[in-house]
Ligand binder design. Structure first.
Ligand SMILES: [Ca+2]
Ligand SMILES: [Ca+2]
Length: 244
């Protein structure tokens, strides 16, 4: 055998060997890269979700303040927006009562952003005592006049109940039971909630649940709620000399 041929064969082998290694290395590198992306993306996702909750929380606080401001100016809380699609303005009957005690927060009237951080309108319920546009509420209304009940868990009997003058609610990240704002002024009704306490917040009655995030099987509770205390409302009205 010629010595040159042996060297050629050896080089070829080395070449094939090198190619084999580089493919294996590439595969390993890809696996490592995908793992690293996974590690990096998870905290990013959590961070993104947390930011949205913070943003929603801020908007809820602003809504609470704006409702107080509205009462100070007009002597009553605004009625819910019950138009479909919602237009951001309250719906009042000729009797000066609200068309409904529950609906969408009249964001335009209050000078607020229309939706929570996920693009869903805020649910708003106000007690009729505080929304009558002609018969203004008095100091006496501070004492248990509201029919709205907010509890820490479903089943009011077992937990402490608050009776706020009004509530503003975000259906949270899952948005179940809410109304999604779609571009072009259109809306999309979200699916019904699975968690019993989320169902309680979406059923349009007087009872609401306010508690920390919870997962029970497939059902998630992630709603966020602010209450407008009738006591705070009256106190602010008296302080501003809008009530005797
Ligand atoms: Ca929810
Ligand atoms: Ca309810």
């Amino acid at each position: 055998m010629m010595p040159g041929r042996v060297i050629d064969a050896g080089k070829r082998m080395a070449h094939i060997h090198a190619q084999g290694f580089s493919l294996l290395e590439l595969a390993i590198a890809l696996v490592i890269l995908s793992l690293m992306m996974g590690w990096l993306m998870t905290p990013l996702r959590v961070q993104h979700s947390m930011q949205k909750y913070q943003q929603t929380e801020q908007r809820l606080q602003l809504a609470q303040q704006a409702l107080l401001g509205h009462a100070l100016i007009h002597h009553y809380l605004p009625c819910p927006d019950t138009d479909s699609p919602p237009d951001g303005w309250e719906n009042v009957l000729s009797s000066q009562r609200c068309a409904s005690d529950e609906g969408v927060l009249p964001w335009a009237q209050l000078g607020l952003v229309a939706t929570d951080a996920w693009g869903r309108y805020f649910r708003y319920r106000a007690d009729a005592t505080f929304t009558h546009h002609a018969q203004w509420f008095s100091v006496a209304a501070a004492e248990g006049a509201s029919n709205i009940q907010v509890t820490g868990e479903s089943g009011a009997a077992t937990s402490i109940t608050s009776r706020p003058a009004a509530i503003v609610l975000s259906h949270g990240e899952n948005g179940l039971g809410g109304i999604q704002s779609v571009s072009g002024g259109l809306t999309h009704a979200m699916a019904a909630p699975l968690h019993p306490d989320e169902q309680e917040n979406a059923d349009g009655d007087l009872l609401f649940v306010d508690k920390t995030q919870q997962q029970t099987g497939n059902a998630v509770f992630d709603d966020r709620l602010v209450m407008l205390s009738s006591k705070v409302l009256i106190q602010q009205m008296v302080q501003a000399q809008r009530l005797p």
